[in-house]
Ligand binder design. Structure first.
Ligand code: ADP
Length: 605
């Protein structure tokens, strides 16, 4: 069977309607064929019986004429008789002697043949004294022929047989006609059967096909489709069951999805990163924090081998160790990540029993970068404070020692050393003031009373204070008089401005210029303190607001700086809800700007 035929058969067998139709048509075809064959046989039988009787009657009439010839044996008159009678009876006529020899035959082929006809069934019967009939092909393989033989008697003795033969096609021409009618009828029946089959099977299978489509759609997860349930038969019941199943499935899937979404939301809401892998180190779950830490995107992450997604040898070691840690055990490790951002993680991994999927591992990643930084800042801060306190203390200590060792005796020396002590105690006082300020602001112990403040006035009073020590630097207030008021704590704003203008003056050589300006920016006001001073190297800029961070420690100290000014400013600005920005070019000057909210008319002011 060729592939194409096989495909066709397969296609036919897949459709119930086609199967039903083919079965019906097949049955009809076989029945029509059987009926046709039967009727054909019956018709032929009747025709042959009628023809046989007619030939037998003719033979009986001819018996008298045939008798002398049969007695005589094969002679010319016998041949003449046969020919004559054959023409009249419209049949082949043979005269057969008692011994079965053919005495005469109207058929040219058979005449003169010496063959014995005694073996033919009809001849045998006739010679035995009874009329005989036979239908056979003569010559063998030729058309079918009806033979009727009648005994020729002389007295009581059979002296020969007279045989008449006609082709079956001549005596039963009705049979051919019947066959044509039968074939036509059969074809018609087949056509009708085909039509009925198609119609009925279509009707029967249409709901089934429809149901099949609906079930197919449900299997794709589309539970909004509905199977028809109108019909009261099995199809209707099937439809109802299908709908109920879809409803239950939908409810269950929605419930699952809700649960999953809830669990996902909880996981994504965690500050810690969570990663779980199965027994083959393939990713089972990640939360958004873990993905952010490791620089991964959620798409297509599930079932990926963790090793391929995250190339971090230490993390893999932790997975391996955790898996063998046994129930209740776990591994804790500090891990440093370089990309996507430098992070210090504290990782806790524990084995995860996943049943058939083996032992997985769940890992929780704590980002301790900020914590460690704060710890470092605190340690550094303490070290810095101690150092800053020790410097003036050492100077004071030295001066007092010198005084005690005799310098006290000389009033000039005594005065000089006491001035040193005075300067350094003042410095200590400033340092402690700044430290207290800073810690109070950080601890939120400073009460802010925000009111609407005219910035130009505030700048004026600051400029007046700084004027005393400006040493050849021009300080200009360029705040436009029509600037809307800002919303700030009056004293704290003065502290911010004083710090910034003081710095600007300090780090600007004589002949330089410091400008304080301001401009509205949306719902805020931006204040800038610009100087034409020494500037800050780009490398120091990012750390310049850290406590005790100074570009040039000696210079700062000589100018009476504590290294806490910008740190305090930064905190104060933030407490007002603003931003601090510092831009600088070495040798050209520095611009420090900060924003403050605009302040409308204040009822409390
Ligand atoms: P200090 O008390 O030393 O002035 P600050 O916190 O106010 O401490 O400033 C920190 C450091 O920033 C200073 O030591 C100085 O190196 C640098 N700095 C601050 N303002 C300016 C400025 N306007 N021009 C140049 N350098 C500045």
């Amino acid at each position: 069977m060729s592939a194409r035929v096989r495909r066709l058969v397969h296609l036919l067998r897949r459709r119930i309607a086609v199967k039903l139709t083919l079965t019906l048509t097949g049955f009809t075809g076989v029945s029509a064929l059987a009926a046709g064959l039967y009727v054909d046989r019956a018709f032929e039988g009747v025709a042959l019986a009628a023809a046989g009787q007619r030939l037998a009657a003719v033979a009986r009439v001819l018996e008298d004429g045939a008798r002398p010839l049969a007695l005589d044996g094969p002679r010319a008159p016998a041949g003449e008789f046969a020919d004559r009678v054959a023409r009249a009876a419209a049949a082949r006529v043979s005269l057969i002697g008692r011994d079965g020899r053919l005495l005469a035959d109207s058929s040219r082929d058979a005449a003169g043949s010496a063959a014995s006809e005694g073996g033919r069934p009809e001849v045998r019967a006739a010679l035995a004294g009874a009329p005989g009939t036979d239908v056979r092909r003569e010559p063998p393989g030729g058309p079918r022929v009806l033979f009727v033989a009648q005994p020729v008697r002389a007295g009581a003795q059979v002296v020969g047989a007279l045989r008449l033969a006609v082709p079956v096609s001549e005596v039963a021409p009705a049979s051919a006609e019947v066959r044509r009618v039968m074939v036509a009828g059969g074809l018609l029946a087949l056509g009708v059967a085909l039509g009925i089959g198609l119609f009925v099977s279509g009707r029967v299978t249409r709901p089934v096909v429809e149901m099949q489509h609906i079930a197919g759609r449900m299997s794709e997860g589309r539970f909004d489709v509905r199977a028809p349930t109108r019909s009261p038969d099995e199809i209707g019941t099937l439809g109802r069951s299908l709908n109920a199943m879809a409803d239950r499935l939908r409810a269950q899937i929605e419930g699952l999805a809700r649960e999953q979404a809830k669990a996902g939301a909880i996981l994504d809401g965690m500050v810690e990163g969570v990663i779980a892998v199965d027994g083959h180190d393939r990713i089972v779950l990640t939360n958004s924090r873990a993905r952010a830490m490791l620089g991964l995107t959620a798409a297509g992450l599930r079932q990926q081998p963790f090793l391929e997604v995250v190339r971090h040898a230490e993390l893999h070691r932790v997975f391996g160790e955790a898996r063998t840690a046994g129930p209740g055990g776990g591994v804790r490790r500090a891990i440093r990540l370089a990309a996507p951002a430098p992070l210090l993680l504290e990782v806790h991994a524990a084995p995860l029993a996943l049943g058939a999927e083996g032992t997985g591992v769940v890992m929780v990643l704590h980002d301790v970068t900020e914590l460690r930084r704060l710890e470092r800042v605190r340690t550094e801060f303490i070290a810095n404070v101690s150092h800053e306190l020790r410097t003036p203390l050492t100077a004071i200590h030295g001066a007092i020692e010198t005084l005690l060792e005799g310098a006290l005796a000389d009033p000039g020396d005594a005065r000089r050393f006491l001035q040193v002590v005075h300067r350094h105690t003042e410095r200590l006082g400033r340092l402690l003031d700044d430290l207290t300020d800073l810690s109070n602001i950080e601890l939120g112990r400073v009460a802010f009373k925000p009111v609407a403040v005219e910035l130009a006035d505030a700048v004026d009073s600051v400029v007046a204070i700084v004027a005393a020590r400006r040493g050849g630097v021009a300080v200009v207030n360029e705040v436009p008089p029509d600037l809307p008021p800002v919303r700030a704590d009056r004293d704290r704003l003065a502290q911010i401005l004083l710090n910034l203008v003081d710095n600007a003056v300090k780090y600007t050589p004589a002949g330089g210029r410091v400008v304080v300006a301001a401009a509205p920016r949306g719902r805020e006001v931006e204040v800038t303190v610009r100087d034409s001073g020494v500037g800050i190297p780009a490398g120091d800029l990012p750390r310049i607001t850290e406590r005790f961070y100074r570009v040039d420690k000696a210079r700062s100290r000589a100018l009476g700086g504590t290294g806490l000014g910008l740190a305090i400013v930064k905190h104060l600005v933030a407490a007002h809800g603003g931003d601090l920005r510092i831009e600088s070019r070495l040798g050209e000057g520095t611009t420090v700007s900060f924003t403050l909210p605009r302040g409308g008319p204040d009822p409390a002011a």
